[in-house]
Ligand binder design. Sequence first.
Ligand code: PHE
Length: 359
Amino acid sequence: MNVADLRDQLAAIQTEAEASFKSAKTVDELRSARSQVVGKSGSLGKLMGTIKDYAPQERGEVGKALNAANQAIQQLVDQHTQRIEQADLAADASQTAAFDPTLPGKRPPLGSVHPVTAVQWQVEAIFERLGFTVEAGPEMESDYYNFEALNIPAMHPARDMQDTFWLKNGLLLRTHTSPVQVRAMEKFGAPLRCIVPGRCFRYETIDASHENTFHQCEGLMIDRNVSIANLIAVMRLLLREVFERDVKVRLRPGYFPFVEPGFELDMSCLICGGDGCATCKKSGWLEILPCGMVHPNVLKFGGIDPHEYTGFAFGLGLTRLAMMKYGIRDIRVMNQGDLRSIVHPSRLNGPTVVERDRC
Ligand code: PHE
């Protein structure tokens, strides 16, 4: 190639380079466009290696032309680097303008929750996954829902099982969450799956394992062909999820007028590991889950045909469950407002065993 052709080619390379640099939107794109020109096998890079092919008297001129082209390219690169950097800055600035410093910030989780609340949230999450809804009922309840509709008529000896706070207005403080069974049946009909966490009251002498105010969580599942096998499976799943390990359970016959057959589901005491302590009355077992198949009379009270539907119900002792989960030996701690017994949010899901005795 003679020197004149070389000059033409260098001019063409510059024009081409300028066009490709112009279309580069990022520094990386610009860098790769540049190397396609000045890199070893780039359009200019290749020409650089041809100096030795020229006659010695031409080499000075050729060298100068190549260098000039190289510098021109470098200038273009600098120019476009600046262009891109400025565009980036402008984009940043427009984002800064969109940032509104007066918006309230994210609040870090503050405070702690009561152990019963912590366990209640966990139980709700487990049952919601199983398609249960979370319902509520009144704490001040009528004789009808608390007893009558649960197959415990007036004068029935089973009324003595639950010492009751009767109110002057003819109502009572509910002795369990079971009254919501019939309330839920009336409201939703069958099929039905719900849990009812809530506060209950009994006229009890208070000691390490009895309180006059405590929490239960009722559970009710009604559908065609619901069986005891379903009941046991759900109870096992519940305890395994709450304690994050397989918990030993045993089923004993238990009497509750609103279930037939009725059971007492016990779990091995996690405080003493089954050896026997004050909490489990030295038996190694804790009654935690009274349960059974809903009595046909109760279904009828709820307006559900017992020939078509069956169901199971349970009354989980939420307070007792929280004591087990968090290693609280004395139930009286629960209602004392002792700040040492509350659960930090970071521990809400992990198994936590803290020694907290009545002080
Ligand atoms: N309500 C009963 C109690 O408090 C417990 C229970 C609920 C039993 C549901 C069976 C079925 O003693």
